[in-house]
Structure formats: C-alpha cells, structure tokens
Ligand binder design. Structure first.
Ligand SMILES: NC(=O)c1ccc[n+]([C@@H]2O[C@H](COP(=O)([O-])OP(=O)(O)OC[C@H]3O[C@@H](n4cnc5c(N)ncnc54)[C@H](OP(=O)(O)O)[C@@H]3O)[C@@H](O)[C@H]2O)c1
Length: 272
C-alpha cells in the first residue's frame, strides 16, 4: 500500500478519532470518511476533517484500504461484526491498549492494532514525536504499512504482540492513572488545609525528571523506604478520617518497603 494514496475510514468520533484524524490529515494522509454510532459527533468530526460521514455501518466505503476503529474497548467486537459484511479486503485495526487484536479475527482477513501509548483528552494537542505507537497485524506486510504510517505521523514505533500489550497496559495504568490519582489525593489533602496545590508542582516535576533519568526504584525517597515508623504512624493516624486513602497509604508503603508491618489500626511497627 502506498502511504499517501491510502484511503482511510475512521470509525468512532471520540478523542482518539479526533486526534488521529487531524494528525493523519495534517500529514497528507487521506481520511475519506467518518463512521460513528451517533450522528452528531460523526458530523462534527467529518466537518473538521472535511470528509464524508455516516451513522450507518453499511455506508463503509468499499474501496478504503484501512479502517481505523477508534471506539470504546467493549464495542470493538460488536462494531467489527457490524462492519464485516462491507469491509472487503481492507486492513482493519483498533486503537486499544487493553484489547487483543485477535478480537477482529472472526470478522476480517487482515486485522491488527494501532495503539498510541499516550493519554489524549479534549483539544489538548499531543507532542506526536513523543507518542510511542504500538503496532501489530496478522499479515507481515501490514505491520510494515502500520510502521510507516506511525513514522509519518509520529516518531516512535514498536511492534508489540497482544500478550506484550496486555501487560504494557497494566504498566501504563500504574505510570499514568495511579500516579495521577495520587496527585489528585495530594491536591485534596492540601485543599483541606487551605494550601495551594502549586506548592507541590516542583516536587512532582523533580520526581518525574528523576524517574526518567534513572530507575524509579533507585530514586525512591520518603518515610516508607527509610523505615521511619514514627512518621508513618502519624500519617496513618491523620488519614483515619479518609479510610480509603489510609488503606492506599498503607498498601503503597508496604509495597515500597516489604519489611514494614503496618497494622490495620493506623499503628505501625517494623518487622523484626
Ligand atoms: N483517550 C485516550 O487517551 C486513549 C489512548 C490510547 C488508546 N485509546 C483507545 O482508543 C479507543 C477509543 O477511545 P476514546 O478515548 O477515543 O473514547 P471516547 O472519546 O469515549 O469515544 C468513544 C467512541 O466509541 C463509540 N462507541 C461507544 N460505545 C459504542 C457502541 N456500543 N457501539 C458503537 N460505538 C460505540 C462512541 O460513539 P458515540 O459518539 O455514539 O458515543 C465514540 O465514537 C479505545 O479503545 C481506547 O482504549 C484511548
């Protein structure tokens, strides 16, 4: 397949469809239509991309080369089944980190995954050169094609199998969702004492810089890694008013330092 003459259908009109669609077009690739379950988002995105749209799966252009499914994980198989009668020999890929490419196997001869390992939200533009694209396909030539596309719209490309991607997604949840949740808890704790969250920004930045420079395990600081039981006790005591955060604090502390034995009452002692 020639990259620039490839005809692409975007299925879905949410965040990923919006960002990938805009980027593909900005790099001269041909998004010819948007298909989506709901009319409004399909119409909006097609307006931005200046292409056709439909909320009817049977409107899938029979001549497209690549169908990019950017729908919710739990809808991928269902939408795949609905599109199958109209897809001819097009390559069909989804964009999910958590779903195996093989969910598309019952419906398409050529299937795969085009997963951008980044968090996309709203209109915030990603730094495309720093987005790792995880690609895979059942046909080796399609892997080559997906690699080329990823190189055109980004810079970092990895071929990642279903097995590897499932675990990669677990790691991504820790690195992004859980780390962000901890930031959110920290913000609420400061709010309770009328302190601005900005006070923690330099600390958060330095934590990230250090984690990127070295192994995060080697960079760990704080009372848990030091085995500072008195401080841990005080923190757990204060957290009694927030039982869910207290549980998290205890579990994370023991995960950092398995030699710690923190009791469920908020008291803690060091294992002998
Ligand atoms: N957002 C991210 O940061 C990110 C990053 C990497 C990968 N991904 C993956 O990209 C895919 C899309 O995520 P997103 O963030 O773009 O989601 P999103 O913004 O929530 O958009 C979801 C899309 O799925 C469609 N959809 C939902 N349920 C459906 C159903 N039952 N049948 C048909 N269509 C349905 C929605 O259509 P309606 O308009 O009709 O609701 C909408 O077009 C997911 O597999 C996700 O894991 C997301």
């Amino acid at each position: 397949m020639q990259i620039k003459s490839t005809k692409i259908t975007l299925v879905g009109a949410g965040r990923i469809a919006f960002h990938l669609g805009k980027r593909l077009q900005a790099k001269g690739l041909r998004v010819v239509q948007v298909l989506n379950r709901s009319e409004g988002p399909a119409r909006n995105l097609a307006g931005i991309l200046r292409c056709d749209w439909s909320d009817d799966w049977s409107a899938l252009d029979p001549e497209v080369d690549w169908v990019l499914l950017a729908v919710r994980d739990d809808a991928i198989a269902e939408v795949g089944a609905a599109l199958a009668p109209f897809a001819n020999t097009a390559l069909v890929t989804h964009t999910s980190g958590a779903t195996p490419g093989t969910v598309l196997a019952p419906y398409f001869e050529r299937f795969g995954v085009f997963y951008p390992l980044q968090t996309f939200s709203g209109e915030r533009n990603p730094v495309w050169s720093k987005v790792p694209f995880c690609v895979d396909a059942n046909v080796p030539q399609d892997v080559v094609f997906l690699r080329k596309i990823a190189k055109v719209i980004g810079n970092l490309v990895y071929q990642v199998t279903d097995d590897q991607r499932a675990v990669l997604h677990v790691a991504a949840v820790f690195a992004n969702n859980f780390a962000n949740h901890c930031f959110a808890i920290a913000e609420k704790i400061l709010e309770e004492k009328q302190l601005p969250f900005e006070m923690l920004h330099p600390l958060m930045e330095e934590t990230l810089v250090k984690a990127l420079q070295d192994s995060p395990a080697d960079m760990q600081t704080g009372p848990a890694v030091r085995g500072d039981v008195e401080t841990l006790q005080r923190h757990l005591h204060w957290l009694q008013q927030h039982p869910a955060w207290q549980t998290l604090y205890r579990e994370l502390s023991v995960s950092i330092n398995p030699a710690l034995d923190l009791s469920a009452t908020g008291k803690s002692r060091k294992k002998k």
